[in-house]
Write a protein that binds this ligand. Structure first.
Ligand SMILES: Cc1cc2nc3c(=O)[nH]c(=O)nc-3n(C[C@H](O)[C@H](O)[C@H](O)COP(=O)(O)O)c2cc1C
Length: 169
């Protein structure tokens, strides 16, 4: 039940204080990302942690000027090493793998009383060259982490009966 409450508590935070993120908390968030499940346990993720203010400003520019990207004291670029592997259902595994990993990390951030927001609105090539990410890899998302500057109301979700059916569609 505590886990469900943490899931219900998490919201996307886009307003951060200047307070640094405790390195031990950050380590536990990265550990959550390390422990995430992945297709065939390929673990085709690599996490680039950016704390340098000038680099974060560049990330903000590459994210179409979304100010909160530069304001977050920690930005983790979630990258994948394998952009071609498909699961038996014919679908690419990396969006699923990285999506689950980011969810684990966001929940651990909430557990640490930190705010987080995943950002995918960016020019990938700019970020790749800024962070020296190899040509063969992709930057899937940026995960912003920091201390929330205020309270954020959660966004509405569809009702259970809109999204769940039993036994058949
Ligand atoms: C795959 C994905 C991409 C997202 N990209 C962005 C983004 O580029 N910028 C942003 O501000 N929020 C982004 N978000 C956050 C969503 O807008 C947010 O999760 C959604 O509105 C629900 O709000 P909540 O997280 O507060 O519950 C993204 C979320 C997901 C899951």
């Amino acid at each position: 039940m505590e886990l469900l409450q943490a899931i219900q508590k998490r919201v996307s935070v886009r307003d951060f204080t200047d307070q640094e993120v405790d390195p031990e908390k950050l380590e536990r968030i990265l550990e959550a990302g390390r422990q995430a499940p992945s297709a065939k346990n390929r673990q085709a993720w690599r996490y680039v942690v950016v704390r340098n203010a000038a680099t974060r400003k560049e990330l903000e520019n590459a994210s179409f000027g979304q100010e909160y990207v530069g304001r977050a004291p920690v930005v983790i670029a979630l990258c994948t090493t394998n952009i071609e592997y498909k699961m038996p259902n014919g679908q690419l595994s990396y969006p699923v793998d990285l999506g689950i990993a980011s969810a684990f990390m966001m929940l651990q951030a909430a557990e640490e009383d930190l705010g987080s927001c995943c950002v995918t609105t960016f020019r990938e090539q700019e970020i790749k060259s800024l962070l020296s990410v190899p040509y063969s890899m992709r930057v899937v998302m940026l995960l912003l982490i920091g201390h929330p500057a205020g309270h954020t109301e959660g966004e509405q979700r569809l009702s259970m009966n809109r999204i769940v059916s039993y036994e058949h569609w």
